[in-house]
Design a protein around this ligand. Structure first.
Ligand SMILES: [Zn+2]
Length: 157
């Protein structure tokens, strides 16, 4: 019966991977020994899986950066729109300051300062309750949170 062999442990012959105990069998290694050849394949498959996982992670990370870039673009576009509205003679004076603040917040977020610009609105609600922003997200049809698995799930679709 074949023993279970696990890379990095004392189960191999010391050729496909270094055993913690330093033992190396005089079997000739992967080119001469079937067990070592199988172990070398096991190690190669593990490395390929690791590389695939790293590639997948990089793809998700790139997609997230692309999304952030698009959101920053959206913010400057919307800020420009509000700025154009402000030039309307009919724009209510009483709302002017709010609109100017909104423009500044959007532009700050586009510069990567969303945490500071929206800190009060993004603060977590006490007791695990939903915040106003989370309620808004739900009303918009968006998820009230964004976890890594949610992102990756969406990314696959
Ligand atoms: Zn061997």
């Amino acid at each position: 019966m074949d023993e279970v062999r696990v890379p990095g442990t004392n189960t191999g012959h010391g050729h496909a991977w270094k055993r913690p105990d330093g033992m190396v069998y005089r079997c000739g290694g992967p080119r001469m020994c079937k067990k070592c050849a199988a172990d070398a394949e096991l190690v190669a498959a593990g490395k390929a899986a690791e590389q695939q996982a790293a590639d997948d992670m990089l793809a998700h990370y790139s997609a997230a950066l692309d999304e952030i870039y698009r959101l920053r673009c959206a913010l400057v576009i919307e800020a420009k729109g509000v700025e154009a509205d402000l030039r309307l003679k009919t724009f209510p004076k009483s709302r002017r300051r709010w609109a100017e603040d909104r423009i500044e917040r959007m532009r700050a977020a586009a510069r990567g300062e969303s945490e500071q610009a929206y800190c009060e609105r993004l603060a977590p609600a006490p007791g695990g309750l939903r915040t106003g922003v989370q309620e808004l997200l739900i009303a918009t049809g968006a998820s009230p949170c964004l976890t890594r698995s949610q992102w990756e799930e969406r990314d696959r679709g």
